[in-house]
Design a protein around this ligand. Sequence first.
Ligand SMILES: Cc1cc2nc3c(=O)[nH]c(=O)nc-3n(C[C@H](O)[C@H](O)[C@H](O)COP(=O)(O)OP(=O)(O)OC[C@H]3O[C@@H](n4cnc5c(N)ncnc54)[C@H](O)[C@@H]3O)c2cc1C
Length: 403
Amino acid sequence: MTTQHRDLRTGQPIWLGKRTPRIQTNLLLHDVETDIAVIGAGISGALMAESLSESGYDVAIFDRRLPVTGSTPASTALLQFEIDIPLHHLARKIGQNDAERAWRRSKLAVDVLRERTRRLGIDCEMENRDSLYLTGDLLDKQGLENELNARRRAGFETRMLGREELKAEFRIDREAALMSFDNIEANPRRLAIGYLRKAMERGAKVFAPAEIASVECNARNVVALTTTGQKIRCRHLIFATGYEIPEQVPQKGHSIISTWALATPPQKRNLWPQRCLIWEASDPYLYMRTTTDGRIIVGGEDEEFEDEEKRDVKLPAKTKAILAKLKKLFPGVVAEADYAWTGSFGSSSTGLPSIGTVPGMKRCYAVLGYGGNGITFSMVAAQLIRSLITGQGDPDADLFAFK
Ligand SMILES: Cc1cc2nc3c(=O)[nH]c(=O)nc-3n(C[C@H](O)[C@H](O)[C@H](O)COP(=O)(O)OP(=O)(O)OC[C@H]3O[C@@H](n4cnc5c(N)ncnc54)[C@H](O)[C@@H]3O)c2cc1C
């Protein structure tokens, strides 16, 4: 099999309890010829398909599951440009120039996602949100000051808040926090379905369930074979398979992390002012946001993934631990879980993804290692891989390329 088969999530993600538009899928009963084959109909595949169909390519999308039923509907969808690894730490790992380049590209991706989603008229509960990065076991007040300086040097508008300001403005009792501006929250399921539907309006076809078993390529084209024997001939193939990582892709430096999340009952009157995204300079960190109907989504307690059974059995205990942390930060909220779920995602030692041509596979591209910025990096991938396919090239291709 070209990709592993994982149980990507368990429990009840909030987004699966909400109504969403339907996607018209096709059964794969015969061979297919297309310009671009996208393997995976999650947010990565959806953004790729939309972007390539806009450039005039004939696109076909294949998924072993129904569309948008992998990791994407489990996402808490804090769509941030701030990368998991603080900028001044990343600079120590990969050099200041590349670290600043990665952060700026991430910011650009969030801006593009917001502007493109609005221009395409995709209705996905998208809101602009500032974010608060609280002191934690990774960075104390001095650490946040170093981070402030690094971000300002790179050109990011950032504000430092001390204890008194945090209390007065947000009712939070912490030593300090950094505030960033113009991030996004959204319903990730509606977001992905919206992009798939735009691609389909331009003629893209979604085949599901259709599982790719093997891929062969040469200088002129690519041939993929499904588990039921159909051949897909294409000029370019993109693995947008999330954390079911293709066997051909180098995985050094990447790992799989499990995270746990929950959504409280609606409580509009208890929410913090401005409803900004909140996360901590800790490892693992707590992260939270609100929803349009006034719930709090909160997650964290991340651990290295061992196996699905061990991850899933921890759901009640992790839910309890997250609720206790929520109550400690905001004593006035209703800390109960209407929805609780767990899922796994890829991670890399730098917090950066790998995006680009698969080594040794001409005309095949992949995306790997998303960290907590998965959806932001899916947007980077859609831009970057389109540029590789059109031959325009991308100034950051070297930064994210498979090594
Ligand atoms: C609990 C949780 C919270 C998260 N929170 C955030 C967050 O706040 N912000 C953020 O940016 N990111 C977050 N992420 C990460 C983000 O959700 C993911 O990076 C993103 O959804 C991955 O999308 P994808 O399209 O790459 O993968 P998926 O949605 O998993 O889609 C990949 C698809 O590929 C298909 N596939 C795989 N192999 C094959 C094959 N051989 N043939 C056919 N089809 C195949 C699968 O069936 C699947 O549908 C979170 C993740 C989790 C689990």
